[in-house]
Design a protein around this ligand. Structure first.
Ligand code: AMP
Ligand code: ZN
Length: 135
């Protein structure tokens, strides 16, 4: 993709803070980090989001995230870690090249990545379940 910044970063056309690289992925430090060590797993090929990315590439991204997460736990001594992956504007995606956020968490780091729970009746939950399960 010609004008995709993450294509350029992933393929080394724009220099950035790389913490891991292999044939198919580059992991960079987010330049607006939620916490110390916040990183992004970028596939070197362009896929806009989870709907477009092939299953094996998505699986590969999670494998890379697991490897980097282990390193972060060891080197940054984080207390926890969120994997976050946004798809579409409605979900907060701002760069339309698939990426997986690795966000190390620290006790009292002041970040709020969790959602506000709502409550639904058992009937409504069952309706939703049937819709998604195709029953
Ligand atoms: P999302 O909202 O899931 O699309 O996340 C996009 C992320 O990319 C944000 O956390 C940005 O801070 C980060 N970001 C955008 N441009 C760059 C860049 N040039 N280098 C590093 N991170 C970036
Ligand atoms: Zn791209």
């Amino acid at each position: 993709m010609e004008n995709c910044i993450f294509c350029k970063i992933a393929n080394g056309e724009i220099p950035t803070n790389t913490i891991y690289e292999d044939e198919n992925f580059r992991v960079i430090l987010d330049n607006g980090p939620a916490t110390k060590g916040h990183a992004l797993v970028l596939p070197k090929s362009h896929y806009a989001d989870l709907f477009e990315i092939p299953e094996d590439v998505a699986a590969g991204a999670v494998k890379v995230a697991k490897k980097v997460a282990g390193t972060m736990k060891e080197k940054l001594s984080c207390d926890g870690l969120n994997l976050v992956q946004n798809n579409g504007e409605a979900a907060g995606q701002t760069v339309m090249h698939f990426h997986l956020h690795i966000i190390p968490r620290y006790k009292d780091d002041g970040q709020h990545i969790l959602w506000k729970p709502t409550s639904l009746s058992a009937e409504v939950l069952e309706e939703i379940r049937k819709t998604i399960a195709g029953e």
